[in-house]
Structures are given as C-alpha cells and as structure tokens.
Design a protein around this ligand. Structure first.
Ligand code: SF4
Ligand code: SF4
Length: 313
C-alpha cells in the first residue's frame, strides 16, 4: 500500500510539470534541487489540478515541480506541427460589433506595418432588405490549401495539426500563393517592416512570424507559438464579445476564453458553415450565422477617440 502511494505520487509529480508553473513555483535557480536531494516535505497546503489523464486531483503544493524553460522548436518541428492536434476556429457573426480589438491584438503581436491587416472585418449584406452584419476573416487554414500547391520553393506548407504557415526565410516573394488563395488572406510586405529594436533582434520563427521581412508574403498563422504554450490566439483573447472560439477538432472542443463548447454541438445547433466550401478547400474556420443579435449594426466602433482606425496597440 505504501509503495502504491509512493508510485502514485511519483506519477503525479511527473505528470504535473506544467501545473507547477501555474501554481506559481518560479524559482529560476534550480527548480529541481529539492527533489534531487530528497528533502521535499509536505506543506499541508493543497491545490486542485487536472492530471494528464483528465482526472481532477488534489496535491500538496510542495510536491509540484516548476516547468523548466522549454527549448525553442527547431525549423523542422515548426514545420511538423503539434502532434495529435487538429486546430479549428469558430467565428460567431451574431456577436461581432467590429470593435477592432482582434485586429489590434493581431497586428501588434505580429508586428505588422500600419497599413496591413491579417484579420479583415468586412461589412456584409446578402441582398436588398436583408440585415447587414460584420464578418471577420482570417486565413482559413484550408485542409486542401491551393496556396501550398503553387509555392515553387516549399515556403508555405500545411502542418500535421492543420495550420498553414509561411517560412519567410524560404519565401522568394513570387506571390503565386496570393493569386491562388480564394479568400484573399495573404498580404505582401512591400516595405521594410517598422520593428522595434527588441523585435528586430529576435531570431526569426515561422511560428511567431516575426520579424516580418520586406519582399515576402505573410498571413494569419493561428498563433501556433501560443498553442504550443497551451494558450489561445491573440484575436481570441482580445475580443471582448467572445466572437472567436479556438480549439482542437480531435477533442471536439473550442473555447473563446470564457465559454467552452463541444464543437460538433455548436456547429450543428447553430447551423455553422464554411466560406466558399464548394471550392473544395476544406477550411478550418467555421462561421455561425448573424442571427438573433441583441445589438444594432453600426459602424465607427473600430475607431479611436480621434476618429482614426487604430491598427496597432
Ligand atoms: S510568395 Fe513566397 S510563400 Fe508565396 S508562393 Fe511565392 S515563395 Fe511561396
Ligand atoms: S485561406 Fe488562402 S492562404 Fe489560407 S490556407 Fe486557404 S488558400 Fe492558403
């Protein structure tokens, strides 16, 4: 029985590396020193945690381990993607008021030039007498991406987790991909990007998409660097109205940060659809129709106090 308890405790310690950081163990010196010396004793203070097996468990705080700094993924790991995942996004048009917070957060995180937007919020009206609505668009992260098929240098690629990325170190700026994309999701860096010193000094990563480079193409990347840390894309967390929900198709779950939904129920119950599905591109972005809105369609909310459309933080 004692051995069983010990091995269960050891298992939990192994499985709770991530939980340790969440619980605030931030010692940078040598986070595992106490364990190596065998001198960790129970503190009597417990926390409830979700184990790697999905079990809710209670642990003494003293037995939590902090997460060591993870090494930066290599270029081949970035091209492979996150194992076992299939990322999807749901955009609820009934909630969008075009306040522009998604664009601001995205532009800031990816250091886009002021005239560029990866997210476009379009004013839509299907026909005369029908109600106008706002439609945010991103890269659709197509399962059959025409952009990838035309790239002559393999600079744009689809990963195992479904995310379509661009490697700016390979991109030769031919713009074939821009012509091939039916969603006009891609933008060209005509100008030298205006980067802060700190960002310019960062090593380039196709997961962060920074630093941007003149003469290359860029687009919404679904923030795979955030997904690697178990966090949501910047647009999702910035939107005050919960328009964007992001998640994993394999887990059948998406969240906007405050509400979590079963993806299949949401799409079925709210009549979800994909843009230009008949093209066979198989987008990973789904839309919920702009029905039952509890606010009027109005413009101007995306502007700052001076009346300008603010595109960066
Ligand atoms: S612009 Fe860059 S990413 Fe697009 S097709 Fe040409 S090389 Fe590939
Ligand atoms: S939306 Fe356009 S850029 Fe994005 S994956 Fe599809 S074809 Fe490629």
């Amino acid at each position: 029985m004692g051995n069983d308890n010990n091995s269960r405790r050891d298992f939990l310690l192994t499985g709770l590396l991530a939980a340790g950081a969440v619980a605030g163990c931030t010692s940078k010196k040598n986070p595992f020193e106490g364990y190596a010396n065998g001198d960790v004793t129970a503190s009597g203070e417990t926390v409830k945690l979700l184990s790697v097996d999905g079990e809710v468990i209670e642990m003494d705080k003293a037995f939590l381990k902090p997460v060591p700094d993870l090494p930066h993924p290599s270029n081949s790991e970035e091209r492979k993607g996150i194992a076992g995942k299939k990322f999807v996004m749901v955009i609820d048009l009934s909630r969008c008021k075009n306040v522009g917070a998604c664009k601001k957060a995205c532009n800031h995180a990816h250091q886009l030039n002021p005239d560029q937007n990866w997210i476009k919020v379009l004013s839509m009206q299907e026909a005369e007498h029908t109600a106008p609505y706002w439609e945010p668009t991103t890269c659709m992260h197509c399962d059959e991406p025409p952009c990838v098929k035309v790239c002559p240098v393999d600079a744009t690629f689809k990963r195992e987790d479904g995310i379509v990325l661009i490697d700016s170190d390979r991109c030769i700026g031919c713009r074939f991909c821009m012509a091939a994309c039916p969603y006009s999701a891609r933008v060209f860096n005509w100008e030298e990007p205006k980067l802060t010193e700190e960002v310019a000094a960062q090593p380039y990563s196709c997961e962060t998409s920074v630093p941007q480079k003149k003469g290359t193409v860029s687009k919404c990347d679904f923030c795979p660097d955030m997904a690697r840390m178990g966090e949501l894309p910047h647009c999702v967390t910035a939107c005050p109205n919960g328009v964007f929900a992001f998640g994993d198709l394999n887990e059948d779950s998406v969240t906007n940060g405050s509400e979590t939904f079963r993806f299949s129920d949401l799409i079925r119950d709210k009549a979800g659809y994909r843009l230009m599905d008949d093209l066979g591109t198989k987008p990973s972005v789904y839309y919920l129709p702009p029905a039952s809105r509890n606010f009027p369609y109005e413009s101007g909310l995306e502007k700052d106090s001076s009346g300008q459309i603010s595109t960066s933080k």
